[in-house]
Ligand binder design. Structure first.
Ligand SMILES: Nc1ncnc2c1ncn2[C@@H]1O[C@H](COP(=O)(O)OP(=O)(O)OP(=O)(O)O)[C@@H](O)[C@H]1O
Ligand SMILES: [Mg+2]
Length: 257
């Protein structure tokens, strides 16, 4: 299954969801390739506190690499990922076509290929959807993000690919659009809601996916549920839930500010 994680607006949580879903799927025993397909603003590697100067998509393109394994990075979670460097600029159609031609032979080696996609519906999104089996749309519960998520939904539908649903991220439950209204606007089933959670930023600063940094964080629990919705079954490796250890950790975190 090749899944494109897309959004209308930027900064809504695509990379958060792509990385953490990839980790959960790898924990479940699947072979997972995470592709940083946000070629104009890549962030996957930086989420892992890595600055990729070599073993990158653009390096392989320039060298005409035939040994694709040299550009596959392996995260300790078991997730494999590929990334451009920050030198990749000037994304024309030919470059985008060449990138996917380069990467495509890798895809059959994996159970899941997750594309951490770009925001919007420009040509980078077009090529990502073209090479995906389905799309998952991420949005925040506000009108600008939701209506642009609808635009992504129409874009994917126009390309005759299925949209498996939408995820609401950074939900606070205050002064924002309800789940029901969000679903009506996006015209896609809301398959999960991730709360706004300060643990996410702590995890990013630590260079770790939040589901590993704190499996009991509210955001982690929500992402586990989204993984279950996508797999259509309960996870084998769920976090041990919210016991006394978790409560003590929260109190310590709170005391430490
Ligand atoms: N549920 C959340 N709670 C708190 N912070 C969050 C949450 N989700 C995302 N963030 C933070 O918001 C920022 C944007 O998230 P992320 O990078 O996943 O968005 P994106 O859609 O991939 O952005 P871009 O369009 O730039 O690729 C990051 O700093 C991330 O740590
Ligand atoms: Mg991103």
């Amino acid at each position: 299954m090749k899944l494109a994680v897309l959004s209308g607006k930027g900064g809504v949580g695509k990379t958060l969801l792509s990385i953490n879903l990839s980790v959960i799927f790898a924990q479940e025993g699947y072979k997972v390739l995470l592709v940083d397909a946000n070629f104009s603003a890549p962030t996957v590697a930086t989420y892992f506190k890595t600055v990729p100067n070599t073993h990158t998509i653009d390096e392989a393109l320039a060298k005409g690499a035939t040994d694709l394994s040299s550009l596959v990075w392996i995260h300790p979670s078991g997730v494999h990922f590929v990334t451009p460097s920050f030198n990749l600029v000037g994304l024309d159609d030919e470059t985008l076509r060449n990138i996917f031609t380069l990467l495509s032979p890798l895809f059959p080696n994996y159970d899941f290929v997750i594309f951490d996609g770009p925001a919007g519906v420009e040509k980078d999104a077009y090529y990502t959807v073209l090479h995906s089996d389905a799309a998952l749309i991420v949005t925040n519960p506000n009108y600008p993000a939701l209506y642009n998520a609808l635009k992504v939904n129409y874009f994917v539908q126009a390309m005759k690919k299925p949209v498996v649903g939408a995820v609401l991220n950074m939900v606070t439950g205050k002064d924002e659009v309800s789940r029901e209204e969000a679903q009506a606007i996006v015209e896609a089933p809301i398959i999960g809601e991730i709360p706004y959670d300060p643990e996410v930023k702590k995890a990013v600063n630590a260079g770790q996916p939040v589901v590993l940094y704190n499996p009991n964080a509210p955001a982690s629990r929500a992402i586990y549920q989204i993984a279950e919705a996508l797999l259509g079954r309960k996870l084998r490796r769920k976090p041990r839930g919210g016991g006394i250890g978790d409560i003590i950790k929260r109190v310590i975190d709170w005391l430490l500010g």
